[in-house]
Design a protein around this ligand. Structure first.
Ligand SMILES: [Cu+2]
Length: 93
C-alpha cells in the first residue's frame, strides 16, 4: 500500500513538473505562521481534483505580503512529501 502511495505521489509530481499548469482561484486565508494558504480553486486537470476550498503549503521563498483574502489569483502546484504546495502564484487583473 505504501509503495502505491509513493508511486502515486511520484506520478503526480512528474505531472506537475512536466506540465506546469496554471489554476485559477481565490485567496480565502493566508497563514504565514504555518506556511499555509487556503485557496478556493477551480478544477485542477493535472491531478483531476475537482473545484474546492482547501489549504496548500507555501515555501519561504514565496512572498505573499502583497496578497489578501478575496484576491483572484492563478497558481501552479507541486507535490512535496505528499502534500500540495504552491510553486508559483500571481494576481489576476
Ligand atoms: Cu483541492
Amino acid at each position: 500500500m505504501k509503495q502505491i502511495i509513493i508511486a502515486l505521489v511520484c506520478l503526480l509530481s512528474s505531472y506537475a513538473i512536466a506540465n506546469p499548469e496554471w489554476v485559477n482561484g481565490e485567496i480565502v486565508r493566508i497563514d504565514p505562521s504555518r506556511d499555509r494558504i487556503v485557496l478556493k480553486h477551480e478544477y485542477i486537470a493535472s491531478i483531476r481534483m475537482h473545484a474546492m476550498t482547501m489549504p496548500f503549503g507555501t515555501s519561504k521563498d514565496l512572498n505573499l505580503d502583497a496578497y489578501r483574502p478575496g484576491d483572484k489569483v492563478r497558481f501552479q502546484i507541486k507535490v512535496v512529501d505528499g502534500t500540495l504546495d504552491i510553486a508559483a502564484i500571481e494576481k489576476l487583473k
